[in-house]
Design a protein around this ligand. Structure first.
Ligand SMILES: [Zn+2]
Length: 221
């Protein structure tokens, strides 16, 4: 493992940190917390007003360019740093756990990647976050119940307008039986407009007696 992920803090480079950590205690305190997850009517909840029924929503940190958080998200998404993914997920899990507002959630669903992206990246970064959350929060992670549809070249041409309208992604429920009667926490790395999460959440809400809450690692305007 150390050959691929030298064991130094991604923030400051110190090597005084234990095996599972990506950041040292000092750098953790430098991350810009939003406190959204413990706040009613926070900006992430407001994103979904009038678009989709969301029970609770929030992000852990503010995203900004050239920040430590951007570096962490790059590690998570593009550098195959799965240790960082689990570490960030565990941080997120602790924040959700402390917020208490999310206690009636039954299961965690990572926002799916389409097949092409999954193949290219080798893993779904949202799944790593979900697994990290579950490690500290003891809720089951449900994978592969929802699929993100990949548009083919012909579909793109044929349905150019549809493609434009649904650029953020189209989702299809594969296994409704594992989701029905559940309050689902949808997890992704970053929320901007909320369009992708809305698209996925709306598909899940077609299943009988489901509720949606949302959490992301980062929030950006
Ligand atoms: Zn550090």
């Amino acid at each position: 493992m150390h050959l691929f992920f030298p064991h130094n803090c991604i923030g400051c480079g110190t090597d005084v940190l234990n095996d599972e950590n990506t950041l040292c205690a000092h750098c953790i305190t430098q991350l810009p917390e939003t406190n959204f997850l413990s706040t009613l009517n926070n900006p992430v909840e407001k994103l979904f007003y009038g678009r989709m029924q969301v029970e609770q929503a929030g992000s852990a940190f503010y995203f900004s360019k050239d920040s430590l958080l951007q570096n962490l998200i790059e590690q998570l998404k593009y550098r195959e740093n799965q240790v960082a993914g689990l570490f960030l997920g565990k941080m997120l899990g602790n924040i959700i756990n402390n917020a208490k507002r999310f206690d009636d959630i039954n299961a965690i669903v990572p926002l799916p990647l389409n097949e092409k992206k999954l193949f290219k990246r080798g893993y779904n970064q949202a799944l790593l976050l979900a697994k990290g959350i579950a490690e500290v929060w003891q809720k089951p992670v449900i994978e592969n119940a929802v699929e993100r549809i990949l548009f083919t070249e012909t579909q793109t041409k044929k349905d150019r307008i549809l493609r434009w309208q649904t650029m953020e992604g189209v989702f299809k429920v594969i296994d409704a039986s594992v989701l029905k009667n559940k309050h689902i926490l949808l997890v992704d790395d970053i929320v901007t407009t909320g369009a992708t999460l809305e698209s996925c959440g709306t598909s899940i809400l077609q299943i009988s007696n489901t509720k949606i809450s949302i959490c992301t690692l980062a929030y950006t305007i």
